[in-house]
Ligand binder design. Sequence first.
Ligand code: C2E
Ligand code: CA
Ligand code: CA
Length: 818
Amino acid sequence: MAAIARETSGATTRLILTYVRREAGDEAVDRLIVLSGVDATMAELEDARRWWSYEDKVALFEAAAVVLGQPDVAHRIGASALSANVLPALIPLLRAFGGPSQLLRNVARASTKFSTSGVMEALEVRRRHAVVTYRLLPPHVPNRHDCAYTAGVLAQVGPIFGLPEATVVHETCQVRGAQQCTYEVSWARDARFRSKRTRHHEVLALEATAAIDAAQRREDTAAALLRLSRSVADVSSVADTAQRLAEAIPDVVHSDHATVLLWDEVKASFVVGGTSGLPADLEARAQDFRIDPSWFDQPGVPPIDEPTLIARSEASAPVKMVLEAFEVTHVAFVPVRSRGTMLGLLVATWSTTTPDAADVQLEERLRGLADQAASALENARLLETVRRQALHDGLTGLPNQALFADRVRLALARAQRSGDELTIAVLDLGRFKTVNDSLGHACGDELLIEVGRRLQASVREIDTVARMGGDEFTLLLPGPDGAAAAEQIAARMLAAFEDPFEVSGHLLRVSPSIGFALHPQHGDELDDLLKRADAAMYQAKASGRNTWAIYTSGMSEQAYDRLTLEADLFRAVPEHQLVIAYQPVVRIADGAVVGAEALVRWAHPDLGVLLPDQFIPIAEEVGLVADIDAWVLRRACADLGRAGLHADGPGGVAVNVSGRSLTHPSFAQSVSVAIRNGGIRPDQLVLEVTETVTVDEASGVVEALGDLRRLGVRVAVDDFGRGHSALARLEQLPIDQLKVDKAFLREIRCADAEAPVASAIIAMGLGLGLEVLAEGVERPEQLAFLKSRGCDLAQGHLFGRAAAVPLLDVLRPGVEAR
Ligand code: C2E
Ligand code: CA
Ligand code: CA
């Protein structure tokens, strides 16, 4: 958790943890943290850049005394300051003071770098002796551990300069009611560091404090940039992002105002995207301001490819004109680029104050801003395009899956508030495949368009008709009385199909099957409702064409005993009851669909569509899983080969392989046959093996994976992080891709969420040179987070659900039903 109070430097908490670890190991550190009650992780407490409250520090001291059984632990921790080396850069800086007396003379300044809850002063400084006072500020309560710690630290003025520890006598103490604590510090003799060139040392000492200040400023910059990244995390439009950036710039570079110029491809010029801090009249002027690129070609205009600071008094004529027009005395700008493309310019301006020309950090801050701006703007652009393209079906113009899902979520939230019911329907056209196959895709398309029209006409204004892909349509029917509405609407929809469809001169009869699921009876979530509506639809289909059914429990889940299911499963492959649902895999950098995962479903003749979780475990037990996997593998390769005939660039397909299949002696053989028969390249196939399978050392998995890779097939570790992963083992496995389990995405609610585990897994995967794919991406914030962590690929409802549609529909969204 982030600390709010800036009272105790993270260097101190790190020192405490380091000491406890050295004395009693990591487990003791865990106990320390739990016992202290400080709401933070080990990594956070060891981050020297953070700040904590005084109370946190005291709580850690008290816990340390208990965990280590050392009543004087705080003194020892203070005394370990030097040997623990928690801030390696600090020692040379402190040494630059030349000796204990010079250091203690500056003690007030040095101590504020580590604690702000009290004031330390050097009352009296002699050659081998000094009196230092420390006054804890209200409302903090003086604590003996804190005093002991201070004494321990003060004793280090000797060792810093190569002398024995200083003697520290704690004369008066606030814990005992004194106004302030007094420490008498004595050290053995003059430091050998002390030389005759004291002036030289004084200069060094000044530099040292300056360096500490610079570090502090860098920390402020980091904090300001962090605030910025928080502020842009939840915006998804370019305009909002530009405005937030403009608001953050003055905060980061301490300017009076700021403007964000965005590069407009169409107008071929920079246009104002956002401003902050400008007086109203100037702001109005800024809004109409444009710079076309030729302006930069004028003599005297500096190039815009580096961070630059210009004073009006020294500016060339064209620059001066602009600065005068905006009544500013200084301007600093930095280009925002992403992969070589110019996105815009961040411009900071000053009129009432002046920038610190000697501030070496300014350039660094501008660069930091530009980096953040680049990724924020890119994210926003990506989201804008995704949103625009992603909401409607290209063929029928109806809402697509994504928009449907959004509307259902909204409707569910409303229904939960009002207590209304809500109905979801799934509609499947009978014989559609026959139309496509016999009359051609153009006819199929025409038919789908007309079906969409009739459906739309048969429902109420408040209802939504969406096309999920292929010949599957879904409906959202909000309303107070679900079951009755379902019945009415079913009747109307079926009536709408009574007249034959006229398509390219043919009269076609279409018989739909409709399944309904109701909220709240059948579920509170879209997923459950869709699955149940699907089950009802298959039930309807099974009972004859042109009919409808409302889900009843038992349709897919219960009532069927396990033995019957087992027996049925033996018929699934030979009787062609298996179906593949494809789910798109998206490249995060540009949102392109680069592949799809094949997920098997079992269209059970009585139970409707069963999901893998309902039958794969049984198949594994009864030894059928290898048959199922082999069927999916053959089918997926064949589908991809067929899709490749139409596609301009081939994508890939991923197939799940259970442990049993993988180690089956003829598995590699069936893989190479499937590739050959499908007419695809081996590297277009990804085989997904779950993490648990790979952990099992004895089973010959490594050899099997090696054989597959020699065929040129790519191997992914699925559900990574779910099981007890042997991280170390990952390095030895012959694999290409890591699929991060969806459980880790749940903790991401905004783009800069900590999500330490997800971050670590991604970083580790990338570090091992693997392609990293995140599963279960449902929200834009998760996508933004993944992007910021450099994750390569993503899969999840945000991009598309698994759907039993032709693979080409999934690989080429927009080229529908072809
Ligand atoms: P998996 O390989 O981890 O597949 C991903 C699962 O997550 C799929 O469930 C998919 O529909 C679901 N999913 C995808 N995106 C999202 C999302 O954004 N949010 C949420 N909450 N879920 C999402 P499905 O299809 O039920 O598959 C379950 C598991 O069954 C698969 O997990 C896989 O381990 C196994 N499986 C599927 N097909 C086969 C197969 O052909 N052979 C074998 N052996 N196992 C298979
Ligand atoms: Ca998988
Ligand atoms: Ca998975």
